[in-house]
Each structure stands twice: as structure tokens, then as C-alpha cells.
Design a protein around this ligand. Structure first.
Ligand code: ADP
Ligand code: VHF
Length: 366
């Protein structure tokens, strides 16, 4: 059997109970299933929620706290409880877990992004099981928007996973929220995530989960655009992850066959980089970039704004709007001198290192 790289995201509702404790039965079920996936020769990475849900009772909160500092304090307590439980339970299968706490901002600095990739790759190579959660103490957005779904999609792209399995408390996506409409119909397969689907998906149904189906679908959309297929649903017993991998899972499969993964520099430019400038190009350059797969040359540029340095990311705007983003190979000051000139017009000292302003390998369409 072909060895696959699988990211498994487990939501709070699938790990804890409403009283603010780890649900030992659910927990051991997941651990066994992960162990079995690894025994079958696959590489696994866990994105585990549940820190707030596992911690709030120990702080004396009767229910999941609603204040930000309350959630952050609960997460600090609950995260250690979760990881301790993972360490203890995975030890029975000789699996060594590693805790990784990330924020979405960690992805926006290219050096941190590369470090996260290098660390996770080294752990996987050494047979360690990375267990990732948002660094809740310093992360504001995640606790509000339930972005562990999105975190799992971004991690799946980063490490070029074959599949992202999002385990939750419901067996997949329905055409309407089934907690509100019992006649809602289940969707077994979705080739892509459409706006119509996003509108049909609602918020969380449990007292411990946060994002609901909407955040899972948004994450699925991102994962697919990064070349990773997605499953959203549930399962029982130690065979469940293998069953899902074989295509017989109880849930919704999202994404067409044969998606191809996107290299990390392009992912970073597309999803994480900050834009430092805007370059305006003519019709010819628009065609070259959008339809001919060519690099951007100075001749097609007639204006730019922003102060950027070589290596920064800029947005390119054509006569019909935004075309995409790319890594610029000249500073704003240098571009001023060469903009609009054809290659043959550029004198030797103006040709700094190359006449390509954005190379096609460091370019992503909008
Ligand atoms: N269209 C839909 N199909 C399925 N579930 C939906 C839909 N809309 C909203 N939901 C809700 O999303 C919930 C799962 O999300 P959530 O509670 O955030 O779980 P988790 O803690 O696993 O992230 C379901 O229990 C359900 O109540
Ligand atoms: N980082 C948070 C995740 C919050 C959350 O509820 O996420 P999820 O259950 O995936 O909707 C935690 O560990 O509690």
C-alpha cells in the first residue's frame, strides 16, 4: 500500500465533554485509530483542539468561558492536560508525540514559516507524532473564529499532505444545519466548495466547539487550493481513520482526484505574505502573466506605488483589475529606472542582475 501523509484534525467536541473534562473513551478511540494508521505505514500529524474545553473546569468556570482572558487561561491549563494524556496514551503504542503551538502570524514571516516546515519535517522523518494547536495565549483571532480548522488546512499545505481528515461531532456536511432542520440531506461528495455551500453551513452546535461547519468548509476550500483532499465527518473504533482513507468513511469527501500540491514559496506568497507595493501593467503583460505562463518584464510596467525592497511581495494590477501577487526582484528605487523599458533598451549598468521583475516561479494568480 502507498505510504500517505495524513493530517488529522480533532475538534473539541470529539475530545471533551460539556463538563470541561477530557472524555477518556473518545480520547482513547482517537489514539488507537492514529496508532493503527501509523502501523499501516502512513505518516500522521495531529491538529488537536480541546485546550479550552479540557481546562475550564479546573479554573472553576462552570461552562466554557466567554471572555478572551478566561479562554486563554483555560487553554493554558487544558493544553498541558491534553498533551500529558496524549503522551501517556501514545506510549502504549511506542509513539512519541511532540507539541507544536502556532499562531497564524507565524506563517506570515517567511523565516518562521520555513522554520515550522523544517521542524515538522524533521519530526516526521524521525517517526515522531507532531501534535499541533493554536498558541492560544497570544492568539486572539483563533479563539473567536475557531480557526483550528483553518490551521489544519494551512499545515496540510505546508507539509504537502495527501489528505486532511477533519473529525467532528457530525457525520459530514448537510445541505442545511441538521441540528435546526432534521430533514436536511447529507452530502457524501463535493468536488469543490462553492459559495452556495458556504452559505448553507452554519455555526457550532455544541457548547465546546467554536467554528461550526462554516469554518470547516472554509478550511476545506483552502486545503483544496493547496492541493490537499479533505474529509469531514466522524468514525468509531481503531479502524476509523483507515476506513476514511480507503474512501468508506461516514462523512463528506471534498476535492477532485489528482490534486497536485503547491510548492512552499508559492503557498507563502498566496496565503501568508504581506503586500508591500502595487505594480501596474499593460494588456500585453496581463496576457503574458495570466495566459502564457511568462515572467513579468519591465516593458509591460507603466507605474507602481509603495516602497518595497528586492524580495518583498507586490500585487500586480492589470487593465482589468488585480492579476495576482509575486516576489519582486528589484527595489522600488531600481524599478523606477527600468520600468517601461524593453530589454534591449536597458543599458548594461541598468541591467542589475536580470531583467525579470517577477519570475513566473514566484508568481501566483489571484
Ligand atoms: N450544514 C451543516 N452540516 C453539518 N453540520 C452543521 C451545518 N451547519 C452547522 N453545523 C454544525 O457544525 C457542528 C460541528 O462544528 P463544531 O461544533 O465547531 O465542531 P468541532 O468542535 O469538531 O470543531 C455540528 O455539530 C453542527 O451543529
Ligand atoms: N485552540 C482552541 C480551539 C478552539 C475550538 O473550540 O476549536 P474547534 O473545536 O476545533 O472548533 C482549543 O484548543 O481550545
Amino acid at each position: 500500500m502507498e505510504k500517505k501523509r495524513i493530517v488529522v484534525k480533532i475538534g473539541s467536541s470529539s475530545l471533551t465533554n460539556a463538563k470541561g473534562q477530557i472524555d477518556q473513551e473518545k480520547f482513547s478511540d482517537h489514539v488507537q485509530a492514529v496508532a493503527m494508521l501509523r502501523e499501516a505505514g502512513h505518516e500522521v500529524l495531529l491538529v488537536s483542539s480541546g485546550a479550552v474545553a479540557a481546562g475550564f473546569a479546573r479554573l472553576g468556570y462552570p461552562t466554557r468561558p466567554t471572555t478572551l482572558k478566561g479562554k486563554q487561561a483555560a487553554a493554558a491549563v487544558g493544553q498541558s492536560l491534553l498533551v500529558q494524556s496524549y503522551i501517556d496514551m501514545f506510549a502504549q503504542y511506542n509513539i512519541v508525540p511532540a507539541q507544536i503551538l502556532l499562531t497564524r502570524n507565524d506563517f506570515s514571516k517567511q523565516e518562521r514559516y520555513k522554520n515550522a516546515y523544517a521542524t515538522i519535517s524533521e519530526l516526521l522523518e524521525r517517526g515522531i507524532l507532531p501534535i499541533i494547536n493554536e498558541n492560544d495565549t497570544v492568539s486572539v483571532e483563533e479563539l473567536t473564529f475557531g480557526d483550528n480548522d483553518m490551521l489544519s488546512a494551512l499545515v496540510s499545505g505546508l507539509i504537502h499532505a495527501d489528505q486532511l481528515i477533519i473529525l467532528t461531532d457530525i457525520n459530514g456536511l448537510y445541505d442545511e444545519n441538521p441540528r435546526k432542520n432534521p430533514l436536511a440531506k447529507k452530502i457524501d461528495y463535493l468536488p469543490e466548495v462553492t459559495d452556495e455551500m458556504l452559505n448553507a453551513a452554519g455555526g457550532s452546535g455544541s457548547k465546546v466547539g467554536t467554528g461550526g461547519m462554516k469554518s470547516k468548509l472554509m478550511a476545506a476550500k483552502t486545503a483544496i487550493s493547496l492541493g490537499v483532499q479533505v474529509f469531514i465527518g466522524l468514525g468509531k473504533g481503531k479502524e476509523k481513520l483507515l476506513t476514511i482513507l480507503h474512501g468508506d468513511g461516514d462523512g463528506t469527501y471534498i476535492g477532485k482526484e489528482g490534486l497536485s500540491s503547491i510548492n512552499n514559496s508559492r503557498q507563502w506568497i498566496a496565503f501568508h505574505s504581506e503586500v508591500s507595493g502595487w505594480i501596474y501593467v499593460d494588456q500585453g503583460a496581463e496576457e503574458a502573466l495570466l495566459y502564457k505562463g511568462k515572467s513579468l518584464l519591465p516593458a509591460g510596467i507603466f507605474n507602481f506605488t509603495g516602497s518595497f525592497q528586492k524580495g518583498d511581495v507586490v500585487e500586480v494590477i492589470g487593465p482589468n483589475g488585480i492579476l495576482g501577487k509575486g516576489e519582486v526582484l528589484f527595489s522600488a528605487e531600481e524599478l523606477q529606472k527600468i520600468m517601461g523599458k524593453r530589454s534591449e533598451e536597458l543599458s548594461k549598468d541598468e541591467v542589475l542582475s536580470s531583467i525579470v521583475v517577477i519570475h513566473r516561479n514566484k508568481w501566483v494568480k489571484a
